[in-house]
Ligand binder design. Structure first.
Ligand SMILES: [Zn+2]
Length: 279
C-alpha cells in the first residue's frame, strides 16, 4: 500500500509538471472507485488552470484556480498509481491501460490513474471547505509539522492504554505512519511497539517525535519504500529502499547490539523490535 513517502513522491512529480497548465478534459472509464466519483462537476473543471499540488496525509490535493477554487482530492487506496506522461503531438489519445479509471488531459501532459483494486478516491471540494471534507476533518497533525511535538504527544497519551505502534498508526493521532514506518520509528526511539502509551515519559515522547520525523524524511528523500512494485509520478521506480533497521529482519542481528530481532504478529500485521535496544 502506498504510504506517506510514496504519496509525497507522487506529489512532487505532479508539482513539477502541472501547476500553470490548463486542464483540457477529464475522462472516465467508470463512474466509481471506492465511492462514486462526482463525474459531472469534475468534467466541468475543463478550462481551469492547475494552481498547485499539495498533500494532506495520503491525499493528493490538485488545486485549481478560478471561482470557488476547486480542489480535486485523490487517494491511491491500496494499489493506486498515478502516471504523468508527456503527451505526444498526435490526435489520438493513447489506449487506456488495464485498470486505468480516469485521466486528466493537460495538453502537454496526461495524468492517468491506474488502480487494480479500486480502493482509490477521486472527489472534488471547494478550497474553503477542504478542511471540513469528511475524509480530512478528523485527521491528526502531519508528522513533519511543528504541531506534532513531544508536549502534545505526551498530553494526548495520558491515561491511554493503547500500544504505541497502534497509536502511531491511528491517523487521528498523527497521519501517514503505516506499519513499516511505525516499526522503524519505535526502534529508533528505543521504545517497544507494545508499550502502553499512557506510560511513555516526556523524554520518550521527544524521541518518538524525532524518530518519526527522521524515518519519514529519509524515506521521502529516497522516494518512498513500498514493498510492492510501485511507480512514482514520472514512472521512475519508487522502491529505492529506506534502509530498514528492524522491519522484515526477524531473527537477524540488531544493527546496534547484534541481539536477534524479534517478530511478533498483532492482528494481521507483523511487528519487529530489538528486545535489548527497545525498552
Ligand atoms: Zn539492539
Amino acid at each position: 500500500m502506498p504510504e506517506l513517502p510514496e504519496v509525497e513522491t507522487v506529489r512532487a512529480g505532479l508539482a513539477r509538471r502541472l501547476p500553470g497548465r490548463t486542464l483540457r478534459a477529464i475522462h472516465f472509464a467508470r463512474a466509481d472507485l471506492r465511492w462514486p466519483m462526482p463525474t459531472g462537476p469534475l468534467r466541468r473543471l475543463a478550462g481551469r488552470r492547475c494552481a498547485s499540488i499539495e498533500r494532506r496525509s495520503k491525499y493528493l490535493l490538485l488545486h485549481f484556480s478560478g471561482p470557488g477554487r476547486p480542489v480535486a482530492l485523490v487517494h491511491l487506496g491500496m494499489s493506486g498509481r498515478v502516471f504523468v506522461e508527456a503527451a505526444a503531438p498526435r490526435r489520438d489519445a493513447p489506449p487506456w491501460r488495464r485498470h486505468e479509471h480516469w485521466r486528466m488531459d493537460f495538453g502537454a501532459c496526461l495524468v492517468r490513474f491506474v488502480d487494480p483494486r479500486r480502493f482509490g478516491v477521486l472527489d472534488l471540494v471547494p478550497e474553503a471547505r477542504l478542511e471540513q471534507h469528511r475524509l480530512l476533518r478528523a485527521l491528526g497533525p502531519e508528522p513533519l509539522d511543528p504541531a506534532f511535538d513531544a508536549g502534545r504527544l505526551h498530553a494526548r497519551t495520558r491515561g491511554r492504554r493503547v500500544a504505541l505502534k497502534s497509536f502511531l498508526m491511528d491517523a487521528r493521532n498523527v497521519v501517514g505512519i503505516g506499519n513499516i514506518y511505525a516499526s522503524e520509528t519505535c526502534f529508533r526511539a528505543g521504545v517497544r511497539p507494545r508499550r502502553r502509551v499512557g506510560r511513555l515519559t516526556r523524554g520518550e515522547c521527544q524521541r518518538i517525535v524525532d524518530a518519526a520525523r527522521s524515518v519519514l524524511r529519509e524515506a521521502i528523500a529516497k522516494g518512498g519504500t513500498s514493498l510492492r512494485d510501485y511507480v512514482s509520478a514520472d514512472e521512475s521506480p519508487g522502491w529505492f529502499q529506506l534502509a530498514l533497521r528492524v522491519y522484515g529482519r526477524g531473527g537477524e542481528p540488531c544493527t546496534v547490539c547484534a541481539t536477534p530481532i524479534r517478530r511478533v504478529v498483532d492482528g494481521a500485521r507483523a511487528t519487529f523490535y530489538c528486545p535489548r535496544c527497545q525498552a
